[in-house]
Design a binder for this molecule. Structure first.
Ligand SMILES: [Ca+2]
Ligand SMILES: [Ca+2]
Length: 150
């Protein structure tokens, strides 16, 4: 009986020790798996001659759009996150844009000389694609969802 108790105690210790080692590894693997790039495009949103990188990404079941500023540093191209918007939904969708099919398009919908980002979704209940428009506020380094559809 004493021997059995000692054995199960050792077994419990081994299980705990193994779990402590495994947990951070599993967390790292799942964190990586939960982030997926859906689209990545280079576009000059504000027509200033400098390309922006726009990324549509799925993180933790939600779709985010990110704008990166690109700059040269020691003979390589670096990118810096400058604006981000997260949608509560997570189903990627496709739209027709200039006779091609895409899930990330650009258009100056409010005619202010700067391109807006057209982000498409698939609505599982209506089985239709929906498009939301994001405007980049360059001064605030912000992405704003335009409620009005143009
Ligand atoms: Ca630009
Ligand atoms: Ca615009």
């Amino acid at each position: 009986m004493v021997r059995y108790g000692l054995l199960s105690g050792v077994a419990l210790f081994l299980v705990l020790a193994a779990n402590q080692k495994i947990t951070p590894l599993v967390a790292a693997l799942t964190a990586h798996a939960q982030e997926r790039i859906l689209a990545e495009k280079l576009v000059d949103l504000d027509h200033d001659g400098q390309m922006e990188k726009v990324v549509k990404i799925k993180q933790d079941g939600k779709i985010s759009v990110q704008i990166y500023h690109l700059y040269g540093f020691q003979d390589s191209v670096q990118s810096k996150l400058i604006a981000q918007y997260q949608f509560p939904t997570g189903e990627d969708g496709f739209i027709y844009d200039k006779q091609s099919i895409t899930n990330l398009a650009f258009s100056d919908v409010n005619k202010n000389g700067q391109l807006e980002i057209l982000v498409s979704f698939f609505d599982e209940t209506t089985k239709e694609s929906k498009v939301h428009t994001l405007a980049w506020d360059k001064n605030q380094n912000n992405l704003l969802k335009l409620e009005r559809e143009y």
